[in-house]
Ligand binder design. Structure first.
Ligand code: NAD
Length: 469
């Protein structure tokens, strides 16, 4: 069955020319994505290079006007975009999922349009003065993942466009149609060549990273791929923003009102069925509230409707792809074999579809278990007991990754003191993963470098130029 929507039709090519893209829940083909080659990539970069001076010359006010018109259009096309996203990615329409993601695309596009970035006076003495101005870099390559494909693409392309760069975007090979549809909406408003989507595989991704005529790579994906991109950048000296994997820890302090935080804890772990870079992936809970937290999480996991994204009321969906399904299965099976307690879940749900895995809470598990040490990127949370806060901080910081972290407590000051000791790009208190388009976001350690959002995000896609007299 093919869903006939105008946007989907606009980005789908014929069967003979394209690659079949399955519905994540049912595995039925929803459309055919173009198979772009390195030659297509080269042409797109040449077009972007040619279009860039005129785009930069439009100035901030006109580019902001265009971006706001795009945001309006995303809102006008929201349901259509959400249906494509829900089918291709698997996330339900309801809950913090497909409609939420499309809404965020409009919000982040507007924020890129409206954030003020004036030249900064960095020195003044008598008649001497130095100012930093922010010029466009040129052509930006944007490489995205499959978990929040539209929203993360907007994070990459909207600030880049606002600053006067042109962009070539490559969606993940797992979720090309949703990104192509989003780019289609952008291109109703942009001049030719300013934004091109290239739907290619990992080889095309590698060709972008190594391309001699790109000035900046915005990359969101795994740490392993991030390392390869850093190697390529030794040759083209492209500037990099790398948003890589995470294995975010949360620490629940003694005395926490568990009933009050339970819902937020649950969504911190299970947002997008756990397939979120900055989701809670290891939860350290003080002995005094351990059983209460485990029971609360298990109760919510059992109560949350899981199923096909287009069916009303579902808030959890399938794993997006078989590789990720296998990772989650392996990690939970390993935890069980080590004697950890599977409080709820712990098995696939084939009646719903081949890639559904039950929301899973695993207790009585320790660091050293693969489910704790590795990124599961799926609906399975290990809950680890601790007795001493210093020990919990040490274990939370023991990871190579440092994207996000959280502290949960009824005592905000105590939580802030613990937050200061955690090695992460963002530490949330009594929440996890909440993002704000004005607040910088990025990782430390192996979770990457560079920040997105707000003025920091605009600077990351600009060339600072000092003018001094
Ligand atoms: P991935 O690294 O496998 O793929 C990401 C993108 O890189 C895809 O478009 C892919 O085609 C491309 N690619 C593959 N090989 C390449 C190469 N050699 N050079 C250039 N590009 C190449 O990641 P994924 O499986 O799509 O995403 C999941 C990972 O992304 C998880 O680890 C997750 O934590 C991370 N992630 C991080 C953030 C963040 O903001 N930090 C957000 C979402 C996902």
């Amino acid at each position: 069955m093919t869903v006939a929507t105008t946007l989907l039709d606009a980005v789908t090519v014929s069967q003979s020319e394209g690659r079949a893209i399955p519905d994540a829940a049912t595995r039925e083909t929803i459309g055919y994505a173009p198979v772009h080659t390195v030659a297509d990539l080269n042409a797109a970069i040449a077009a972007a290079r040619a279009a860039q001076p005129a785009w930069a010359a439009l100035g901030h006010a006109e580019r902001s006007r265009i971006l706001n018109a795009i945001a309006d259009d995303i809102e006008a096309s929201a349901e259509e975009l959400a249906v494509i996203l829900s089918r291709e990615q698997g996330k339900p329409l309801d809950g913090p999922n497909a409609r939420f993601e499309v809404g965020a695309c409009a919000v982040w596009t507007r924020s890129a349009a409206d954030t003020v970035l004036e030249p900064e006076v960095v020195f003044e003495a008598g008649s001497a003065r130095a100012e930093v101005h922010y010029d466009p870099l040129g052509v930006v390559g944007a490489i995205g993942p499959w978990n929040w494909p539209m929203m993360i693409t907007v994070w990459q392309i909207a600030p880049s466009l606002r600053m006067g760069n042109t962009v070539v975007a490559k969606p993940s090979e797992y979720t090309p149609l949703s990104v192509l549809a989003l780019v289609e909406v952008f291109n109703r408003h942009l001049p030719e060549g300013v934004l091109t989507a290239i739907s290619g595989d990992r080889e095309v991704g590698a060709a972008i990273a190594a391309h001699p005529d790109l000035d900046k790579i915005m990359f969101t994906g795994s740490t392993a791929t991030g390392r390869r991109i850093v190697e390529s950048s030794a040759h083209n000296l492209a500037r990099l923003t790398l948003e890589l994997g995470g294995n975010d820890a949360g620490i629940v302090l003694p005395g926490t009102d568990v009933a009050q935080v339970a819902q937020d804890l649950f969504w911190g772990c299970f947002i997008n069925t756990g397939q979120t870079c900055a989701a809670l992936k290891r939860l350290y809970v003080h002995d005094s509230v351990y059983d209460e937290v485990v029971d609360a999480l298990a109760g919510l996991a059992e109560a949350m409707p899981m199923g096909r994204g287009l069916d009303d009321g579902n808030v959890l969906g399938p794993l997006q792809n078989e590789k990720q399904f296998d990772i989650v299965t392996r990690l939970v099976d390993d935890a069980r074999a080590r004697g950890a307690r599977i409080v709820t879940g712990g098995r696939p749900l084939p009646d719903l579809g081949p890639l559904f895995y039950q929301a899973t809470v695993v207790a009585d598990i320790e660091d050293g278990a693969a489910l704790v040490d590795e990124e599961q990127f799926g609906p399975a949370i290990p809950v680890i007991r601790y007795a001493d806060v210093d020990d919990a901080v040490r274990r939370a910081n023991a990871s190579q990754q440092g994207l996000g972290a959280s502290v949960w407590s009824s005592d905000r000051d105590a939580a802030i003191e613990v937050a200061k000791r955690l090695e992460a790009g963002t530490v949330w208190i009594n929440g996890h993963g909440g993002l704000n388009p004005q607040v910088p976001f990025g990782g430390v350690k192996a979770s990457g470098y560079g920040q997105e959002f707000g003025a920091a995000g605009l600077k990351a896609v600009a060339a600072p130029k000092v003018i001094s007299w």
